[in-house]
Design a protein around this ligand. Structure first.
Ligand code: TYD
Length: 141
């Protein structure tokens, strides 16, 4: 059974420790995050015109950060779609569970860092958009 999330996708400012030697941003467990960190992965070497994602999760929540380059994250909450252009490594996009999300329009050499609230589980995926809308309409996710 999914734990329904009432929150919306939004940008979270991570802060930047400015230094003439180079800037630094930090994410620390238990400090200002909407969830406990269970997993981190990253997406890179994306060929021009390709996309990643195109699914929703029953349970997993995510933070997505453009560590380098830029890309769009299309999110759909079952009612409306929004597009967030990620291009700064001191900003994270929070994606609640029960949100359709798709990463696209990658600039060359972009790296997307994803921090997730659950271990990897193929059973957590909803890969069919019509099924996603149906589950949202019935309030099951
Ligand atoms: P997937 O999440 O399906 O990528 P996308 O939605 O962008 O197409 O993952 C692609 C492959 O990587 C799939 O075979 C499962 C594997 N994978 C893991 O083993 N662990 C993970 O944490 C993730 C995210 C994917």
């Amino acid at each position: 059974m999914a734990r329904k999330s009432s929150s919306k996708a939004r940008i979270i400012a991570l802060g930047k420790i400015r230094d003439k030697r180079g800037n630094l941003s930090v994410i620390q467990a238990g400090k200002g995050l909407p969830f406990e960190i269970a997993r981190t992965y990253w997406i890179y070497d994306v060929p021009g015109g390709e996309h990643r994602g195109g699914h929703a999760y029953h349970n997993s929540q995510e933070l997505i950060i453009a560590l380098s380059g830029s890309f769009d994250v299309q999110v759909h909450d079952g009612t409306e779609e929004k597009v967030f252009r990620l291009e700064r490594c001191d900003k994270a996009l929070y994606v609640p569970s029960g949100t359709w999300r798709r990463l696209c329009n990658f600039a060359t050499n972009s790296t997307a860092l994803v921090i997730a609230s659950t271990p990897y589980s193929p059973r957590d995926y909803i890969r069919d958009f019509a099924k996603f809308i149906d589950l949202k309409t019935r309030g099951e996710i």
